[in-house]
Structures are given as structure tokens and as C-alpha cells.
Design a protein around this ligand. Structure first.
Ligand SMILES: *Cc1c(COP(=O)(O)O)cnc(C)c1O
Length: 481
């Protein structure tokens, strides 16, 4: 709105905008001095201007103006500045029941990885510098040996995430040529990551074989041509097909690919480095097995079951990895020293599978016993009930957690949670679960649960900082209906 138009509206509606103090007066007021001292004159000036603009617009809309003395402005300005200084990315309590929640940042890092990352942030490092030779080095070399030790691969490289790993693998090995893939594996991982789109992005022509539910070895054999550059197998990690199904396993695919001199790439998605069944969990395919069965390249995520930082690991034969590493996209998708340091520290924990269940938070949370979670519920339940007051009933309930991030779909882990219901759904019409969920999200450390069957569920499997959770409950503000 132009200044002229603004003034005429003001006169027309007789809103006394001149009661608003000027920016100058605000900045000179004694109440604002401490704000300037703390946050600097330029920032406070900018925020004061924005506040006045907002008030002016509200006044015009409402055709009236509220209290706007110096003290009122100073108070509002202080609140506004505090809100603006709140970081956008903040810790939350993930009580959704999904341990590796993509929207909530997936794996929580091990102490060893955090410590290493902090040290690395503070200091220059030999990221691309060979300390022995005193010459330029390769950042991949820092973790390659460890990755190879753990997976049995000849070579390995790391990129920003597994989506990048898949994109780079296809671009490097099959650009302008054909990639054979089963129709049952043309998955969408979430958002814009769909296998057919990735193929297009990588410049490869996708050759679909088989059907949604059944694909046979002969389907692959018949699809091979001189233009075939790659056979791709995608672990269908986020859904299960049941019933009349058939797919070709890695070993059989290798026997089709290799005589034709075509490499075989497997996208495992999660890819655990240890057999989860030895920790009492459902089994998930391992990269080392895929390699043993003849895969030339295997890709998997760093922050899913591996329990490390966001990264994409590419392991495989020396020849394939060399081609992947040389591709220009590799430079665009490379990881930072922070990622590499956290990844190295996380991978090092795998050298001691005996202590992994304790030291790797992802595994610790996945294997947390029902008994331990029930005892936790016993302790925090009363505090939650007390903070919510009369409007709600809080009960301990058997719930089911899931691993998340597409790992082991259909498998659930028995857990214990707090089940919160409105005491009288009809009479207390204003006290909806949505308002409650909103109030929990408005806490200093937002609490994220899930709503199901007219109840708000807080799955306690993933609650580790019990004290911080309970300490902030008195700050819960439920707007009265
Ligand atoms: C999760 C997943 C991806 C993507 O991995 P990000 O690390 O999220 O980029 C790709 N393929 C499969 C099969 C997955 O499960």
C-alpha cells in the first residue's frame, strides 16, 4: 500500500495511527536500551520498524488501535526479538513411535561420532591432504579402508545421501545407455525420489522387465542388448508385496549380468552392517552379503540402520568405484569433513559388535526392552497427567513402534506409550486432541506424538532425556476453549 493510500484510509476510518510512537522514539526509550545493548542497534531498529508496520496494518484492518505506549512497544519488541532469535532448526522429542523418522532427522548419533565432529569443526584437518606423503590427498580415502573392512568390498566412496549414491552410480555407469530393472522395483522412496525419474536425471534409458508382482530370470536375459550398461536391483524397502510374487535374487542376477559383461548394482536403501537378528530384531539385507552374492555396486544410507550421519555409501569392485569416483557429479555430491568424521567414528563402533547395542543409539533404541519402556512410562505418566489437568485421561498403553525410513516395513516392535484421551469428548468440545498436540509442539523442546483412534499417543521407546521431558511440562499452555 502506498503512503498516500495508507493516509487516506486512515482518515477515512478514523484510526488514530498517530498514537503509534515513531521508530526514533522507540529507540530512544529507556525500556528499549537493554535490547539495543544486547542485540545491536541495527537489528533492533529493523525489528522496531517491522513491528510498527505490523501494528499499523492490524489497526487498519481492525479499525481500532490497542495500547501502544512506550512500555507496550518495548514489551512487544522484546517478545518479537526473542521469537526471531529462536533457531529455526531445533531439537524435538520424537515420540512418534518411528525410530528413524525422516522428517525428524533420522538417526541420533553416537557420543563418539558427536565428539569427533565437534573436534573437527574446531580445527583444520587433513581432509584432502596425505600426511605421510605431504601431498594432496583424497577425502574418500579417509573412510574407504574401514568401509571395505566392514563390508568386504574392494573399494568404496561416500556421497551426501543414498539418493545421491543411486543417481551417481547410474550416471557414472549407464549414462546414454540402458538400465534393466524389474517393474516390481520402480519404487518411490518419498517426495520426488522415484526410480524412473532418477534414471532420467542420470541420463540413462530405463528398460522395465517383468510385472509388478512377478519377475523371472528370463525377463532380464531377454532384455539384455549391446546397449545394456547396468542391471539394477532396488530393495523394496518401504512396502511389501504379498501373495503371488516372484523376484530374482542377487546371486541369480549376477549370473545373468556377468557373462554379458554388465555390472549389477543393488540399492539396499537402509542396509545394516550387522545381522539384526542377532539382536533379536527382524533381519535386513546386508551390503556384505550382496557383494558376496556377486553385486558389483551396492548403495545404502548412512543415517538409516547404520545409525550415522546423513550420507550415501557406495561400495563395490575397484573398477566400478573408480568410474563412479571420476564422474563430475561426484564433486557436486561430496560430503564435508564433519560428515566424514561422524561416519568414521560410527563405523569404528562396528568393529566391536559386542558393545554396538549399547553405544549406537539407533540400535539401543530398537532393542530397548518393553520392560524398561514400561518402567519409564510409570515414572513420566503422572507428570504428564498432572500437566494436562482435568480435561484429559492419561493411561499407559501397549503400542507398536516401527523402525522407519523404509526399513523392515510391516515389522513392528512392541512398545509402551502414554495414551491421552479427552475426558469427555462431547462436553469438552474445545479440548480437542489437535489443540493438545499443538500445545505439546509449542513447548521449548517440542514433543511430537501421533494421533490415532481418538487418542494422542506418545511412544516412549525413543524418550531418552527423561529429566528434560518432565522439567518442561509445567510450561505446557493449553488454551481454554
Ligand atoms: C531411503 C532409500 C533411498 C534414499 O536414501 P537417502 O539416504 O534418504 O537419500 C534410496 N533407495 C532406497 C531403497 C531407500 O530405502
Amino acid at each position: 500500500m502506498s503512503a498516500l493510500a495508507l493516509e487516506s484510509t486512515v482518515r477515512g476510518s478514523k484510526v488514530q495511527l498517530d498514537r503509534l510512537p515513531s521508530v526514533d522514539r522507540i529507540l530512544k526509550s529507556r525500556a528499549v536500551a537493554p535490547l539495543i545493548e544486547r542485540h545491536g542497534r541495527s537489528f533492533v531498529t529493523r525489528e522496531a520498524r517491522a513491528l510498527l508496520k505490523q501494528w499499523r496494518e492490524e489497526a487498519l484492518r481492525a479499525k481500532t488501535i490497542g495500547a501502544c505506549g512506550e512500555a507496550d512497544v518495548a514489551r512487544a519488541l522484546s517478545a518479537r526479538i526473542e521469537a526471531r532469535l529462536e533457531p529455526a532448526l531445533r531439537p524435538v522429542f520424537n515420540l512418534t513411535g518411528t525410530v528413524l523418522h525422516t522428517n525428524l532427522g533420522r538417526a541420533v548419533l553416537a557420543d563418539e561420532a558427536i565428539a569427533r565432529m565437534v573436534g573437527m569443526a574446531r580445527s583444520p584437518a587433513n581432509l584432502e591432504f596425505d600426511l605421510a606423503g605431504g601431498a594432496r590427498g583424497d577425502r574418500d580415502a579417509l573412510v574407504e579402508e574401514l568401509v571395505c573392512e566392514l563390508t568386504g568390498a574392494q573399494a568404496a566412496t561416500v556421497v551426501n545421501n543414498n539418493a545421491a549414491a543411486v543417481l551417481l552410480t547410474i550416471a557414472a555407469l549407464a549414462s546414454r545407455r540402458e538400465v534393466v530393472i524389474s517393474r516390481g522395483e520402480l519404487v518411490e522412496i518419498g517426495g520426488a525420489f522415484r526410480m524412473p525419474d532418477v534414471m532420467k536425471c542420470a541420463g540413462a534409458r530405463m528398460v522395465e522387465v517383468g510385472t509388478t508382482n512377478r519377475t523371472h530370470p528370463r525377463d532380464y536375459v531377454e532384455a539384455l542388448t549391446p546397449r545394456t550398461a547396468l542391471i539394477m536391483k532396488v530393495h523394496t524397502s518401504n512396502y511389501v508385496v504379498r501373495g503371488f510374487t516372484a523376484s530374482v535374487d542377487t546371486g541369480a542376477l549376477a549370473q545373468i549380468a556377468h557373462p554379458a559383461s554388465v555390472p549389477l548394482a543393488i540399492d539396499l536403501g537402509s542396509g545394516s552392517l550387522v545381522d539384526l537378528s542377532s539382536y533379536g530384531l527382524p533381519r535386513e539385507p546386508l551390503p556384505q552379503e550382496a557383494l558376496e552374492q556377486g553385486a558389483d555396486v551396492v548403495t545404502f544410507s548412512g543415517d538409516k540402520l547404520l545409525g550415522g550421519p546423513q550420507a550415501g555409501l557406495i561400495v563395490g569392485t575397484a573398477a566400478c568405484i573408480a568410474r563412479i569416483r571420476k564422474h563430475p557429479l561426484k564433486r557436486a555430491l561430496r560430503v564435508s569433513k564433519l560428515t566424514l568424521s561422524a561416519l568414521e567414528a560410527t563405523l569404528a563402533l562396528y568393529r566391536h559388535p559386542e558393545t554396538l547395542g549399547e553405544r549406537l543409539p539407533t540400535l539401543r533404541l530398537l532393542t530397548r526392552s518393553r520392560q524398561e519402556i514400561a518402567e519409564l512410562a510409570q515414572r513420566v505418566g503422572p507428570a504428564v497427567a498432572g500437566a494436562l489437568g482435568e480435561g484429559f485421561v492419561v493411561e499407559q498403553a501397549a503400542v507398536q513402534s516401527q523402525i522407519g525410513s523404509g526399513s523392515l516395513p510391516g515389522e513392528v516392535l512392541p512398545s509402551v506409550g502414554l495414551c491421552i484421551r479427552c475426558r469427555n469428548a462431547r462436553r469438552s468440545s474445545g479440548w480437542t486432541l489437535q489443540t493438545l498436540a499443538g500445545a505439546l509442539r509449542a513447548l521449548p523442546i517440542p514433543v511430537i506424538g501421533r494421533i490415532a483412534d481418538d487418542a494422542l499417543l506418545l511412544d516412549l521407546r525413543t524418550l531418552t532425556d527423561e529429566d528434560a521431558f518432565v522439567a518442561q511440562l509445567p510450561k505446557l499452555r493449553l488454551a481454554t476453549p
